[in-house]
Design a protein around this ligand. Structure first.
Ligand SMILES: [Zn+2]
Length: 361
């Protein structure tokens, strides 16, 4: 009888000790629950499970000290995993180790795809790809494959092209108002670089940045030899189910003194897409304007927001859309700046920052 009572007391001590240690996570160590609390990131549920597991499998234990005498066999298993994660999001991986007092260390095989906190197991997706998460204690490693998925789809339209399609098209679905399918665009008065080349250079730079930030990016044209109309471009954004459509352009006027960036968008008052996208178009326009100005220090025309009803490439878009006029190719300062590689990097960063801000990243 005494033996049974002694056993029950020991049992209660171990269990209550374990629970106590769990609730005082990370404040002490060196007793029966040291192992459970050795992973400082382990939450109370996980730690309790481990402690309970020890007790139920240690039938001959009669003292608390004896509870620390584990079998030497180290085992490691996952308790929290996820197979896919969106770029920009986090998930906490957890593994449980038994038979060792060593802390579990977490790692990933490709740090460009995702990062992980080696102590807490917090995995953060960076860009699209596959990554292997590993948990390690001395003598044991387990791994888990994770797909990092894109956070949003962005369609970028490098305005104009080296080949201009002939003919006209309606400025909006159902509209009888016709407009040229595309214009040849402007040309730098000082650098003599055509607008379509500048927009292509910028589209590629912006795409690279956005991919690095975890977006899926679709371009409406890949070269300067493709003739493609404004409506066809909008349909590419629609078919891609883009979450945002950004059209890249540069301005030109007769007076060389005029300068400053602006956003041209379909506002709430737009008769074709205003109701559906007016508010989002405005938000997207403001975000891209603010990101662009902050990164480049560019001047702004007025408040930089110009509501337009006549842009067929915008009226046909069935996604939130805006068009950026990055600067004036008729102004010597802005024409030269827009051909400067450092300034181009700033423009791309500014637009990417604006897109991140629009989506709340
Ligand atoms: Zn243009």
């Amino acid at each position: 009888m005494k033996r049974i009572i002694a056993f029950l007391i020991a049992f209660i001590l171990i269990v209550s000790g374990g629970v106590y240690m769990t609730s005082a996570e990370g404040t002490s160590s060196g007793d029966a629950s040291a192992e459970a609390s050795s992973d400082s990131s382990a939450d109370s549920v996980v730690a309790t499970e481990v402690t309970t597991g020890e007790v139920t499998t240690t039938e001959t234990v009669t003292t608390e000290a004896a509870a620390t005498e584990k079998t030497n066999k180290v085992s490691l298993s996952w308790s929290k995993t996820v197979k896919s994660l969106k770029a920009g999001k986090t998930f906490t991986f957890k593994a449980i180790a038994t038979g060792t007092d060593e802390k579990i260390k977490y790692s990933v095989n490709k740090t460009s795809i995702a990062s992980i906190n080696k102590n807490t197991g917090v995995l953060k997706g960076k860009k699209v790809g596959k990554v292997t998460v590993k948990a390690t204690v001395p003598g044991k490693t387990i791994s888990f494959a994770v797909n990092i998925k894109y956070k949003k789809i962005v369609c970028i339209d490098p305005g104009h092209s080296g080949v201009v399609p002939k003919g006209t098209e309606p400025i909006a679905p159902g509209s009888k108002t016709m407009k040229a399918k595309m214009s040849s665009g402007t040309c730098g008065n000082y650098t003599h670089v055509p607008e379509y080349k500048l927009t292509m250079v910028m589209a590629k730079k912006l795409k690279a940045l956005l991919v690095e930030r975890g977006y899926k990016v679709v371009l409406t044209r890949k070269d300067n030899k493709t003739a493609i109309s404004n409506v066809e471009r909008a349909k590419i954004a629609n078919n891609a189910k883009a979450d945002a459509y950004l059209r890249l352009h540069a301005d030109s006027v007769l007076s060389s003194g005029v300068r400053g960036m602006s956003m041209q968008y379909a506002s709430k008052g737009n008769p074709y897409v205003g109701k559906k996208f007016g508010a989002k178009n405005l938000k997207l326009s403001k975000c891209v304007r603010d990101g662009f100005v902050k990164a480049t220090g560019s001047q702004v025309r007025g408040n930089g927001l110009v509501a337009r009803n006549d842009l067929s490439g915008t009226n046909w878009a069935n996604v939130p859309t805006t068009l950026i006029e990055m600067g004036f190719m008729s102004n010597p300062t802005e024409d030269r700046l827009m051909q400067d590689k450092d300034y181009q990097a700033k423009m791309a960063k500014g637009m990417a920052d604006g897109i991140d801000a629009y989506f709340g990243y």
